[in-house]
Design a protein around this ligand. Structure first.
Ligand code: KIV
Length: 294
C-alpha cells in the first residue's frame, strides 16, 4: 500500500470512446465491448484492457453490496460508485445505471436524476430499464442532451413482476413485443439498447433491424456488442454463475487463498519479515536505551 497521495489516473493513449464511436463500430461491424465496474481499481483495469465502455451497473447491489437483488440500490449508492469509476477510467464511455424508482415515478424526476449522473458523478451517459412504458422518460432525457441507453428483455428491476430472473421473449408474441419495444426506444432517442437474456435469434433480428447498436448479455453472438458483470467474468461473485457467463478467472478462490496464507504467516510469525519492518539507526537506538536507563 503506497503512502503517497492519490494522483489522477495516467490514462492509456487511446482516444475517448463516445456514442459516435458506438455508431461507427456498428456500421463497420466491429463488436463493442462493455464491462461493469463499481470502483477505482476495476475501472483502471477495464480502461487498460482496452474495453470500449464501462457500465456502473445497479448489479452493484448484488455483487458488491450483498443484496438479494438490485431493488434496494439508491441514487446515492450509484453516484458514490460512479465517482470512483470516473476517477479510474478515462477512455471508455462511462454509463451510469439509473436505480429502481429513480426514473419510474415521473419524467421530471427521471431527467433530474439522469442529469446528476453527468453533473455530479462524471458519467457520459445513463441507462434505464424498460420498453414502451419508458419511452417518455427516454425522450425527455435524450432531449436534455443526456445520452441514454435502453435495456429490455430480462430487466432485473422487474424481478418480482417476472417471478424471478427468467429469460424473456421466448414465445412469438413476447418476442414481437420486444421487437416493438426496441423500435420505440430507438425512436425515443436511445443511442443503444441492452438486450438481456433473450433468444439469440431474436437478438440478432433486433440488431439487424435497428440503426443503433445493441449490447447483449445472454443474448447470443448476433448483437452489436457484449456486456458482462465483471464480478461474474473474474469469478468474484460467489452466490451463482449465470448460464451465459464465461468465467475467465477464479478471483474468489485466489483472494481466499491469499488471505488464508496471510493468516497462517501472521500466526506463525512469518509476517512481517525484516523487509517489511522499519528500524531505528543503531546510535539512535543506543541513545534511547541509555536515556531510559538514566
Ligand atoms: O446492472 C447491470 O450490471 C446491468 C447489466 C447486467 C446489463 O444492467
Amino acid at each position: 500500500m503506497t503512502t503517497s497521495p492519490q494522483t489522477k489516473t495516467d490514462s492509456t493513449a487511446r482516444q475517448k470512446v463516445t456514442t459516435r464511436t458506438f455508431m461507427l463500430k456498428k456500421k463497420r461491424g466491429q463488436p463493442i465491448t462493455m464491462l461493469t465496474a463499481y470502483d477505482y481499481p476495476t475501472a483502471l483495469a477495464v480502461d487498460k484492457a482496452g474495453i470500449d465502455s464501462i457500465l456502473v451497473g445497479d448489479s452493484l447491489g448484488m455483487v458488491v453490496l450483498g443484496y438479494e437483488n438490485t431493488l434496494p440500490v439508491t441514487m446515492e449508492d450509484m453516484l458514490h460508485h460512479c465517482r470512483a469509476v470516473a476517477r479510474g477510467a478515462s477512455a471508455p464511455l462511462l454509463v451510469g445505471d439509473m436505480p429502481f424508482m429513480s426514473y419510474q415515478s415521473s419524467v421530471n424526476k427521471a431527467v433530474e436524476n439522469a442529469g446528476r449522473f453527468l453533473q455530479e458523478a462524471g458519467m457520459d451517459a445513463v441507462k434505464l430499464e424498460g420498453g414502451r412504458e419508458r419511452a417518455d422518460a427516454v425522450q425527455a432525457i435524450a432531449g436534455a442532451g443526456i445520452p441514454v441507453m435502453g435495456h429490455i428483455g430480462l430487466t432485473p428491476q422487474s424481478v418480482h413482476a417476472f417471478g424471478g430472473f427468467r429469460a424473456q421473449g421466448k414465445t412469438a408474441s413476447a418476442a414481437k413485443r420486444l421487437i416493438e419495444d426496441a423500435h420505440i426506444l430507438q425512436e425515443a432517442g436511445a443511442f443503444s439498447i441492452v438486450l438481456e437474456a433473450v433468444p439469440a435469434q431474436l437478438a440478432q433480428l433486433i440488431s439487424e433491424q435497428l440503426a443503433i447498436p445493441t449490447i447483449g448479455i445472454g443474448a447470443g453472438v448476433g448483437c452489436d456488442g457484449q456486456v458482462l458483470v465483471t464480478h461474474d467474468l473474474i469469478g468474484q461473485f460467489d452466490r451463482f454463475v449465470p448460464s451465459f457467463v464465461r468465467q475467465y478467472a477464479q478471483m474468489h478462490q485466489i483472494v481466499l487463498e491469499a488471505m488464508q496464507s496471510y493468516a497462517q504467516d501472521v500466526e506463525n510469525k512469518q509476517f512481517p519479515a525484516e523487509e517489511h519492518s522499519i528500524f531505528m539507526k543503531d546510535e539512535q537506538w543506543e541513545q534511547l536505551l541509555a536515556e531510559l536507563d538514566a
